[in-house]
Design a binder for this molecule. Structure first.
Ligand code: ZN
Ligand code: ZN
Length: 107
């Protein structure tokens, strides 16, 4: 996948546009998988970057995930990073972006 600059207006405009597609995809419901089903709490306005911007993550639909406040907090603060990576919620810098496959994740 072609790398995008993480700075500047182009990136931001792209993010705003992609955000709408993510919300359409999710119906404004959290897409995080937990206990065999999607969380489905109301999602936050800003989709989560699975591969963080600071790690070179893009605004591709594969990289963006609608999340609720609770799940987002867990991903970034409470969940051990290794678990977040194992669940596909965090994509490390050196790993190519890939689609989120929550049905394959077993709590
Ligand atoms: Zn996030
Ligand atoms: Zn959630």
């Amino acid at each position: 996948m072609k790398r995008r600059s993480v700075k500047g207006q182009k990136y931001e405009a792209d993010y705003w546009a992609q955000m709408n597609f993510v919300h359409e995809r999710s119906g404004y419901r959290c897409e995080v998988m937990r206990h065999g089903g999607r969380c489905r709490n109301q999602s936050q306005a800003y989709p989560h970057h699975r591969k963080l911007r600071s790690q070179g993550g893009s605004n591709s639909l594969d990289n963006l995930l609608d999340v609720c406040a609770r799940c987002h907090d867990e991903i970034h603060r409470e969940m051990p990073r290794s678990l977040a990576v194992a669940r596909g919620l965090i994509v490390p810098r050196d790993t190519p972006e890939f689609p989120y496959h929550p049905e394959e994740i077993d709590d």
